[in-house]
Ligand binder design. Sequence first.
Ligand code: GLU
Length: 502
Amino acid sequence: MTQVRVRFAPSPTGPLHIGGVRTALYNYLFAKKNNGTFILRIEDTDQVRFVEGAEEYIMESLEWCGIKVEEGIREGGKFGPYRQSDRKAIYRQYADLLVEKGDAYFAFDTAEELEKLRSSYEKQGFTFIYNASNRESLNNSISLETSVWKKKIEGGEPYVIRYKMPPGEEISFSDLIRGNIVVNTSTLDDKVLFKSDGMPTYHLANIVDDHLMEISHVIRGEEWLPSLPLHVMIYRSLGWDQPLFAHLPLLLKPDGKGKLSKRDGDKMGFPVFPLYWPYGETAKGYREEGYYPEAFVNMLAFLGWNPGTEQEIFSIDELSESFSMDRVGKSGSRFDPEKAKWFNHQYLQTKTDREIAMEFREILRTHGFNYDIINLEKLVGLVKERVTFVKEIWDQTDFFFKAPATYDPEVVKKRWKEDSGLIISELRSVLEKADDFSPSTTESIVKAWIESKGYNTGAVMNAFRLVIVGASRGPHMFDIINWIGKTETLSRIDKGLSIIGK
Ligand code: GLU
């Protein structure tokens, strides 16, 4: 088999959408699976759409995901440069070669002229397509006398180079995901290959680079499928072997209706970008929302691919071992924000209490508390099963760090009975006598006391929780009092009794 070389070729036009990250991921997994090379090529031929910061954002996103670039603008490589604007000098010769072969031509139509044509076609209920059906009546090197168009060029009149799509040919080609596709060339237009600003368009630059960089497989989003017939034609015109193509299914909105957009994320409160985007209209990112990159990558891998087994948790290395193009679906994959959270929950459970405690310590600092890791490890162990993100640990544990400032009135109404004050005072003396505050000791002392008095365990424990936590939430009571310690426990009981009543 030929050496597998794949590329992820984003345009730096803004933050990288998670659909783009998935394309990068599938390219990377495919490369790893086949001992191939993963290349990052920046496609910035459209200078108007260039956005400052986007290139850095793309590289940082891949890095965060653990997608390692082997050849790229930062890494270098023997097929460089890897940024199209740095390759500007390369493209023109191929546009000229196509003109020489008679497969491309110069066109002088101005934007205004084309706009006029478009609207007059539209008025008559047609769509304007620049191709064999009308090119001879338009302003180009096919319709004009050679001396005329040469003079225009010499005189510095702006022009573009268009591909001369032959009419009435059935071209057939195949896609690794979609199988065989047949298209009649009469439905296609004479796409611009080279612009008047001296830059190639995406179509020309993409093909020239894929060829020169010896790309073996082009794996990209489905939105590029309509361009494939043109690309196949250009490969043929240039006499180059084509790479194999795989067009990945779209990422759909959670309701399955249409392409997943930033607006869906904003509406439903989930990010559609890997990282926070800080420029202009800012956008939320998975990283900043508290997702682990492993969870994010695992979730993305499953949007369009499945391993054919029940296994859902895969590290990036396991993914690359199992990945194959024939398990990538044809139909769009519906994005499920709840499933994304599920993955994060699963990954959080696999972290050690110490790892989580280190992360939580930072969050705790922002709330003004400094604790050592040993104490936090114990705490994390008590609540980690209940949380999806480390940041949620604070909501689950705030009462460990501070005595309740208020007591939930609903709970007071429901749980604080007439005799509760008396019982909790008794409980205070029982606990005061305990030398050992380990959960098992306090639990057995308290249970024995409840039994000897014939109290209702639920009622006592509910009232106890109310004075310690201020509400009816939290882990096992004896774990809580062990963590906060005897002095704090007794002082919270005193505070509770003085506020809720004796
Ligand atoms: N520059 C194109 C994009 O932004 C790449 C398409 C391709 O991979 O051929 O999606």
